[in-house]
Design a protein. Sequence first.
Lengths: 93, 157
Amino acid sequence: MSSTFETVVGIISETCDIPRETITPESHAINDLGIDSLDFLDVAFAIDKAFGIKMPLEQWTQEVNEGKVSSDQYFVLQHLCANIDKLVAAKPA
Amino acid sequence: MRLEYFQMVDRITELDPAAGLVRADCRVPEASPVFEGHFPGHPILPGVLMIETMAQTGGWLVIATLRFTRMAFLAQVKEAKLRAFVSPGQELQTEARLLHDGSGYAMVEGRMTSAGKAVASAAITYRVVPFPNETLRAQMLATARRVGVPEEYLHGE
């Protein structure tokens, strides 16, 4: 598994008090892990800090609310990690 | 401060969005209906209003950083420490430092002092969203001018 995934699992486990072994790449942060929107702010903060990025949560939420994409695309962990990797790659050198 | 109207910040004394810093002065009123209940014979500023005061101070920093294109609503308070009683007439100084400007949220570290002594502190999170209506935005702009937010931070970039 990628180091991004391991880092995100560590953040979720510590921030939301969820056992690491219950978190898989297929886990949906909200539907499977039960992370609510307020706890997700803490997760987002830790991810932003850990990777030096600014996850576009507003844009993602808007796209989901408008039905443009499934929430799976942003909140299933393997997809979340892929998006984090893209944001890291897009960072200015 | 006008406690009954939740007007906690009297004057912004320093505002530097680039540095993520705001400082403000707040004077507790000599009299308020709040003190009639909190507490009879021992009037002190309620701790929740100390937290609110730090939250409003940091809120000005957040929305000034965003040039009043968005509103900051209190979402979470962590590590709140209320270290001293605050009495009617007391002068308070507040300060907030931006910890993180996220997408749709922001976090600050708030502090309150009086005569150089620590009074309270807290880590505060806001949800940052578009103003729900123009009435609120206009009121926030008017209040910003009253408390001394520099004009340069009142308009969208």
